[in-house]
Design a binder for this molecule. Structure first.
Ligand code: ADP
Length: 475
């Protein structure tokens, strides 16, 4: 049987370059497809950020040029194999040899260039995919261009577009992009308030649109969550599916993770050694009895930081410690720093992006707070559960699909949740959680074990993707 050929295009992939959940997904989904029936390859930009231990082993594949506006740009394709998946890297120092991943004035041009490079690299890598799977706005131009300009080159290629976050759409003024798109007409499929919306183009032109949880797929059809594209989502509802992300149980394995102070699998005593070691490390009072509540997050509106700040003094009336690791908007960074200064014995705020520390915190925490305003899927709550930290979440998107309120009577459930985006609902839910921790240790233990046992393996999701790939290719 001929294998299904899948090329995933994205702007990040763990372990090479990651700024959030997208990087985790592209780093773990490809290897979850069955090797006997799928040949999965990934293409991302070659950022300066990628550690040298990888780049020094990249193999040169080919060199060619693509046009962006009137300029011809160099494209070097390099490759590297990891866990049976071939990764391709688009090398162009002008666009990608800079610190970090995004946030540059010319991000639109950088990713328009990348989309062209992906479409034109296919003959150079000699891999004509059945499925070209694109992710988020950075690769959203690919399905549009494939339909408009490359259809005859890639007759048998179907496109899939995954929305990892509807908030970031790639919305620009037409005049700003006109010179880079190499189109001699206004692209109607991308029209959005007289400008150009790259995400909208992908929604209309892809053969299949997926998003990263069933609940988020439904939410996106509503104005509150749709970020202006809810009408489009309703229009294309017939080709939208929500497929829950997973996490790689080996990448996040408390039993082998070298970042932890003490490895553990089910022993809560060993888990607790992580808490006391982290308290010591962060300069908090060392006390294994006190519950540690943590947040590891981008500090942006989406993540519900304002809810936490709204009731922070009430939260800190409780006997608990709060550890926050994150970077993002300056006003949240400052407010959280100040809380750390005001309650030095209870709060530790670390403004940083630090993978190693994040794992230490997951392993040390009793509770993990994630009161998001919206959450396409959310990986942090899954990682938290894998490390025995009980999630406290708002019932939205993937949080709703992965966290079930613990029922002390039946012993079912793996966390705590609340429905409305309301600071006091968050407070009362956290109070219930802390109450259970102190007053019902047996039930608490059961709850932590339920969280530890929750299965967020990629296998089932990869099978669902594959079923849909088969449907659209007829293979
Ligand atoms: P999002 O993609 O919206 O940022 P997710 O929960 O899907 O949220 O994924 C976030 C990922 O980024 C998780 O792996 C989380 O551990 C990681 N992360 C977020 N902030 C930090 C930080 N400051 N330091 C280290 N890792 C972080």
């Amino acid at each position: 049987m001929e294998k299904m050929k899948i090329l995933m295009a994205a702007s990040e992939s763990f372990p090479f370059a990651k700024s959030g959940g997208l990087g985790d997904v592209i780093g773990s989904l490809p290897k979850a497809f069955p090797k006997e029936s799928c040949d999965v390859r990934v293409i991302i930009p070659k950022y300066e950020y990628i550690p040298e231990k990888y780049t020094s082993q990249f193999k040169a594949v080919d060199v060619f040029y693509v046009k962006v506006g009137f300029t011809e740009h160099y494209v070097g394709i390099q490759s590297y194999e990891l866990d049976g998946v071939t990764y391709y890297f688009v090398d162009n120092e002008h666009f990608f040899k800079r610190p970090g991943l995004y946030g540059y004035y010319d991000d639109a041009e950088r990713f328009i260039y990348f989309c062209r490079a992906v479409l034109e690299c296919i003959p150079h890598i000699d891999f004509y995919p059945d499925i070209l799977h694109c992710n988020d706005w950075q690769t959203a131009l690919i399905p549009f261009l494939l339909k408009e300009q490359y259809q005859w080159h890639y007759l048998n290629t179907k496109t899939v577009f995954t929305i990892h976050n509807m908030k970031y759409q790639g919305h620009y003024g037409f005049n700003d992009l006109k010179g880079m798109l190499n189109l001699d007409y206004f692209p109607a499929a991308m029209e959005f308030y007289s400008g150009v919306n790259l995400m909208k183009g992908a929604l209309y032109t892809s053969d299949l649109v997926t998003t990263v949880s069933p609940t988020y797929a439904n939410e996106l059809m509503m104005p509150y969550y749709g970020e202006g594209l809810d009408g489009v989502m309703r229009d294309i509802g017939y080709k939208v599916v929500g497929i829950l992300n997973g996490i790689d149980p080996e990448v996040y394995n408390p039993n082998t993770d070298p970042a932890l102070f003490a490895n553990f699998s089910t022993s809560l005593k060993k888990k607790s050694a992580n808490k006391t070691a982290l308290q010591d490390y962060l300069g908090l009072p060392v006390d294994k009895r006190v519950p540690m509540v943590s947040m590891i997050t981008r500090l942006v509106d989406q993540k519900g930081i304002d809810l936490v700040l709204g009731v922070i003094h009430e939260i800190l009336q409780m006997d608990l410690q709060l550890v926050i690791l994150g970077t993002g908007d300056g006003h949240y960074e400052n407010a959280l720093r100040e809380i750390g200064y005001a309650y030095p014995d209870k709060v530790c705020t670390i403004i940083d992006f630090n993978e190693d520390l994040s794992r230490k915190i997951y392993a040390a925490s009793d509770l993990f707070l994630m009161p998001s305003k919206f959450e396409p899927c959310g990986l942090s709550q899954m990682i938290a559960m894998r490390y025995g930290a009980v999630p406290v979440v708002r019932e939205t998107g993937g949080l709703k699909d992965t966290v079930q309120y613990f029922n002390g009577e039946t012993g079912q459930g793996n966390g705590f949740s609340f429905a409305n985006y309301n600071a006091h609902e968050l407070l009362y839910t956290l109070q219930s959680a802390v109450g259970l921790y102190y007053d019902y240790p047996k039930q608490w233990e059961k709850l932590v074990h339920n969280a530890l046992k929750s299965n967020f393996d990629w296998k089932r999701s990869a099978e669902t993707y594959l079923d849909h790939y088969k449907k659209i290719t007829g293979k």
